[in-house]
Design a protein around this ligand. Structure first.
Ligand SMILES: Cc1cc2nc3c(=O)[nH]c(=O)nc-3n(C[C@H](O)[C@H](O)[C@H](O)COP(=O)(O)OP(=O)(O)OC[C@H]3O[C@@H](n4cnc5c(N)ncnc54)[C@H](O)[C@@H]3O)c2cc1C
Length: 388
């Protein structure tokens, strides 16, 4: 068992953290309240080779392993402290790019991946609907084959990159009689320019405000037959299985960096802020909070990298490990940011000290990509040896 990163991996971490600190972080306070897309920021990520981090070089990517992809995402989280951009990047690269790379035909990979890696094409992932979130297989969006096209009808909800995306991995029911229901759902690559595609309401959010989110509407949307991603009727099962490990490691990794940055801020503040004639770091209650934050981030780090390492070993998605990592990291990050606000007192409640944004951003982590309750259900079923 080797927990060490190589020198090259450490350098990679340092270079991305420095980039994010110098190029992304300085404007986050101005960008956040606007809740608009900032393409200059996106192009900076493209320039660093981050948008195609795990995608093979032959498709324009950087060819990093899953562990290294987590490393650059963690570094970004630590330097940028910008959860929204990290989320937009995750939806683009992990939820859209990885399924195309792993499940797409050669033609699909050549058509979409180079643009996604160089920043000219933005991707997204459409699973959730107004009436189906946790019960994803209960989706209503329907795809019917007509000649050389699929006709999609339905609505997808809370789609990260929805208003600005050019290509989306979209799930839709292709066999409504299938049991289990998941065995009748297929996955499609839908371009925003296809007839019948439109962007619905833009969604105003409590956090992750530097990403843009919307509903997407498919109204007799015409999708060429060659844009079916993976096997008909099994697209959902295969895509979900594939994405699961990636999203519950790489998509969450910026949260590790965010927590590290919060701890650094808290340590600095505890030494600078004086009350009762001494630095607040002299009070045991403050020190214990700091120590508990550190324990949480280190445990979360081990869990996240274990999932990534397993994906690199055999590529088989570690379902239960991923659920454990997801529950722990998401709940730890909410506790860490709540304590970070508390340590900063009144200043923590202001935007200037950056920790209140972390708390708001972290609230998504127990909801998106499978809620904590759903993760606990997965873990318990494994313990009880019940089918998934
Ligand atoms: C900012 C943001 C970005 C998002 N981006 C995307 C995206 O890009 N693509 C996408 O497809 N989706 C996206 N989502 C949707 C997200 O994945 C869903 O919100 C999430 O899966 C939860 O679904 P829901 O909101 O319908 O909650 P519900 O499923 O309605 O859950 C409500 C509550 O009931 C609980 N619950 C439900 N079922 C059970 C059960 N069986 N046992 C115990 N408790 C249960 C839940 O845990 C939760 O507490 C995004 C959401 C947000 C807020």
């Amino acid at each position: 068992m080797d927990f060490a990163f190589t020198d090259a991996q450490r350098e990679l971490y340092d270079s991305v953290r420095t980039f994010a600190r110098q190029q992304i972080h300085p404007t986050v306070l101005q960008r956040e309240p606007l809740q608009t897309w900032n393409d200059d920021i996106w192009q900076k990520l493209a320039g660093m080779g981050l948008l195609g981090a795990p995608i093979p070089e032959e498709y324009g990517g950087t060819g990093l392993s899953c562990v290294e992809t987590c490393l650059v995402k963690e570094a970004f989280g630590a330097g940028a402290e910008d959860g929204g951009v990290a989320l937009a990047w995750g939806a683009h690269t992990i939820l859209c790019g990885v399924p195309i790379w792993k499940l797409g035909t050669e033609d699909q990979k050549r058509r979409y991946l180079p643009g996604m890696c160089d920043g000219s094409l933005i991707g997204g992932f459409c699973l959730s609907e107004p009436d189906s979130g946790s019960d994803a297989a209960g989706m209503k969006t329907r795809a019917v084959r007509k000649g050389d096209r699929w006709i999609l009808n339905g609505r997808k909800m809370w789609i990260t990159n929805g208003p600005i995306g050019g290509v989306f991995v979209v799930t839709a029911v292709t066999d409504p009689d299938a049991r289990p229901r998941a065995a009748g759902i297929s996955t499609f690559l839908v371009e925003s320019g296809f007839p019948g595609f439109s962007v619905g309401q833009h969604i105003d959010k409590m956090g992750m405000k530097t990403s843009v989110t919307s509903e997407l509407v498919f109204d007799d949307c015409e999708v060429p037959a060659e844009n079916l991603l993976g096997m008909e009727n099994y697209g959902f099962i295969i895509t979900a299985k594939l994405i699961l490990g990636w999203e519950r490691s790489c998509l969450l990794a910026p949260g590790l960096g965010g927590m590290d940055a919060a701890i650094e801020r808290c340590a600095r503040y505890q030494q600078e802020r004086h009350q009762f004639g001494r630095p607040i770091a002299r009070f045991q209650a403050m020190r214990h909070m700091l120590a508990d934050m550190k324990v949480k981030v280190e445990l979360a780090r081990n869990l996240i990298y274990r999932v990534a390492w397993k994906l690199d070993q055999d590529g088989d998605p570690p379902l239960v490990d991923a659920a454990i990592a997801k529950v722990f990291l998401s709940e730890a990050s909410q506790q860490v940011f709540r304590d970070a606000v508390q340590i900063h007192g009144g200043n923590g409640f202001t935007t200037e000290y950056h920790v209140e944004r972390g708390l708001r951003d972290s609230m998504l982590s127990t909801i998106g990509a499978g809620t904590s309750e759903i993760q606990r259900g997965i873990i318990a079923r494994a313990i009880l040896d019940l089918p998934f």
